[in-house]
Design a protein around this ligand. Structure first.
Ligand code: HEC
Ligand code: HEC
Ligand code: HEC
Ligand code: HEC
Ligand code: HEC
Length: 225
């Protein structure tokens, strides 16, 4: 008869436990992310690994006039932009410079069927969700995230690619919007649009942002899922 009476009804207990679990879960999630983030990776602006073949974007894009999408075929349709297979290069190098020692790793790859071992330049941690097509189909050009690749002999990381950098644009994307048919045109926006005045450029970008209904999100689950 003298059984201990709980001070609070049982449901209070349940709710408290639920809150505790949710809180611990959320905290744990952030801790795990933080631990993950400290594992070694190359994240530095200016990171420029030496590639197995001295392939020059400056030559192929700027001088020969190839569009990015000739090689980076996934950029408008998928998460990955893709690095081109050997065959793409062989379309031309079957006949052009087909004895060049600089291209020997390419010819070897062609003979053996083993891909060229290109070294990754940009590499987000695995806990970050990223997708190219979402960006380029809303008018964010390559130049906003990769810089003037058309002027690079060797590709390097041009932007920090950290969380603050992603969020800065997600909070105010408008200045980075260009016409979707000009996403691979890496020139400054005033040259692309042919507009000189600052207010004219602002108006044009705002108009495009409205037309494409640009509205990036900033909640955590957008990029951490
Ligand atoms: C003829 C094929 C070709 C064309 C055209 C081309 N690329 Fe590339 N791109 C490559 C190859 C091969 C690599 C890997 C080797 C390297 O990093 O240089 C690469 C690498 C890159 C990288 C670095 C990828 C990484 O590892 O993180 C970026 C960024 C890039 N290209 C952007 C562009 C942009 C922007 C354009 C258009 C202005 C373009 N590319 C046009 C073939 C091409
Ligand atoms: C549309 C044709 C075309 C494609 C596709 C192409 N190239 Fe080239 N590439 C050329 C031409 C043309 C030159 C020579 C330019 C010159 O010598 O003036 C060249 C030159 C080069 C050179 C310098 C060779 C030397 O001995 O000086 C390298 C290296 C090279 N390309 C690598 C690649 C790689 C790697 C790919 C594939 C990712 C590729 N190219 C795709 C046309 C192409
Ligand atoms: C909003 C920023 C952004 C835009 C716009 C963008 N990229 Fe990227 N790109 C990235 C990031 C971030 C990575 C690294 C992705 C990863 O590690 O998973 C990357 C990786 C790449 C790679 C390496 C291979 C791959 O698919 O991961 C290539 C090639 C590339 N981008 C080319 C391009 C080209 C060409 C364009 C324009 C048509 C473009 N990118 C537009 C941010 C961007
Ligand atoms: C230069 C501007 C810019 C940068 C830098 C940028 N984004 Fe975005 N992002 C956008 C725009 C614009 C959209 C399209 C939003 C919409 O659907 O209207 C978008 C959409 C997304 C989406 C789809 C969900 C959504 O918000 O609609 C993801 C996921 C995303 N970005 C991840 C990233 C990550 C991760 C980075 C950094 C590595 C990054 N973005 C950097 C402009 C940018
Ligand atoms: C627009 C994309 C985006 C959004 C939204 C976003 N993050 Fe991130 N987050 C990133 C990227 C990219 C990195 C990797 C940074 C790096 O490699 O330096 C990252 C890294 C992290 C890390 C690892 C530590 C660090 O700073 O590198 C934590 C923790 C984190 N995010 C928590 C959050 C939380 C909590 C939210 C919501 C308030 C959030 N993120 C929203 C893109 C995003």
């Amino acid at each position: 008869m003298n059984g201990k009476q709980p001070i609070f009804p049982k449901w209070v207990d349940d709710v408290t436990r639920l809150i505790a679990i949710l809180f611990a879960g959320g905290l744990l999630y952030v801790v795990v992310l933080t631990l993950y983030a400290t594992s070694p990776r190359n994240t530095a602006v200016g990171y420029m690994p030496e590639q197995p073949i001295p392939y020059s974007h400056k030559l192929h894009v700027n001088e020969l006039g190839l569009d990015c999408r000739y090689c980076h075929t996934g950029v408008e349709t998928g998460a990955k932009a893709n690095i081109p297979p050997t065959q793409t290069c062989m379309n031309c190098h079957n006949t052009i410079h087909n004895q060049s020692p600089k291209l020997e790793p390419l010819f070897e790859s062609y003979r053996t069927g083993k891909p060229v071992e290109w070294i990754r330049v940009h590499d987000l941690p695995d806990f970050v969700f990223f997708n190219h097509s979402i960006h380029v189909n809303k008018g964010i050009g390559c130049v906003s995230c990769h810089g003037r690749v058309d002027k690079m002999e060797v590709v390097y990381q041009d932007q920090p690619l950290n969380m603050g950098w992603c969020l800065e644009c997600h909070r105010n994307p408008t200045p980075n919007i260009r016409p979707v048919d000009r996403i691979t045109d890496l020139r400054p926006i005033e040259e692309v649009l042919g507009i000189k005045t600052e207010s004219g450029i602002e108006d044009a970008c705002s108009e495009l942002a409205a037309k494409y209904q640009v509205n990036p999100k900033v909640n955590c689950s957008t990029c951490h899922r």
